[in-house]
Design a binder for this molecule. Structure first.
Ligand SMILES: C[S@@+](CC[C@H](N)C(=O)[O-])C[C@H]1O[C@@H](n2cnc3c(N)ncnc32)[C@H](O)[C@@H]1O
Length: 226
């Protein structure tokens, strides 16, 4: 069996098992009707009306799109790119003058190229390019050294990151994907994204949701302490 088919089948099996175990605990991309029913998340629909699917960018562009969002919405600040993987978001932020650092227990090399969405051209990175990287799992005390904690699809880190932001009065941006390794679980019928919003609100944050133009889990939550 090909690797790709193997991966697809494993993914389908995982989804069906989670559905059977806990129907209603969906952590698949959130549908617009669920967004519309949420007092907090409905704002996403007003600020970024649904676009035809074919206009949505591929998931692999999420780093460039989040980088652009950060540049247009916030002032430069010290960013912890928690669960940053290969570090492309950190690389782009640093290119823009933001002091960003990856925090990820798995050290990976930067990608060798990425698409610059502004020029629509491939940009190549020199093999020697690196970004600052804390080669450990995220620990709450690390939040002290940053202004903004970012978790892009960093499953298992979302709740911990909200707690750390609360403890050290920091802001956060999270784009939750799935529930794996998180310490809390949504009540029956509540989407994981809503569960994260509720948790952050209970923890003392005002949550501003936003949506990026890529396919998949593209809703971001910007948390600022009340
Ligand atoms: C699904 S990947 C997402 C990577 C990247 N942000 C992206 O969007 O492609 C999750 C990442 O979280 C990292 N990770 C897992 N546990 C972590 C922890 N406790 N603290 C920080 N990162 C962690 C993994 O090594 C992995 O790189």
């Amino acid at each position: 069996m090909s690797k790709r088919k193997d991966k697809r089948q494993a993914g389908a099996l995982y989804e069906s098992v989670t559905r059977m175990a806990a129907p209603g605990h969906a952590d698949t991309p959130i549908a617009d009707d669920i967004l519309a029913a949420s007092p907090e998340l409905a704002r996403v629909l007003a600020s970024s009306p649904h676009q035809p699917r074919e206009l949505r960018k591929m998931k692999k562009f999420r780093f460039q799109l989040l980088h652009q969002w950060l540049l247009t919405q916030l002032e430069p600040c010290r960013v912890a790119d928690v669960g940053g993987g290969k570090g492309l978001l950190t690389y782009l932020l640093r290119q823009s003058g933001w002091p960003a650092t990856v925090i990820d227990p798995i050290q990976q090399a930067l990608p060798t190229k990425y698409k610059d969405l502004a020029t629509n051209r491939q940009t190549h990175l020199a093999v020697i390019e690196t970004v600052p990287h804390i080669n450990q799992g995220f620990d709450s005390s690390m939040a002290q050294d940053f202004d903004l904690l970012v978790a892009l699809h960093a499953h298992g880190c979302n709740i911990q990151l909200i707690d750390a932001a609360a403890q050290f009065n920091r802001r956060f941006i999270i784009l939750p994907c799935c529930i794996i390794h998180e310490p809390i679980y949504p009540p029956i019928g509540v989407h994981w994204l809503q569960c994260v919003v509720d948790y952050a609100t209970r923890t003392g944050f005002t949550v501003e949701p936003f949506r990026l133009n890529f396919r998949g889990q593209n809703i971001g939550l910007y948390g600022i302490q009340r």
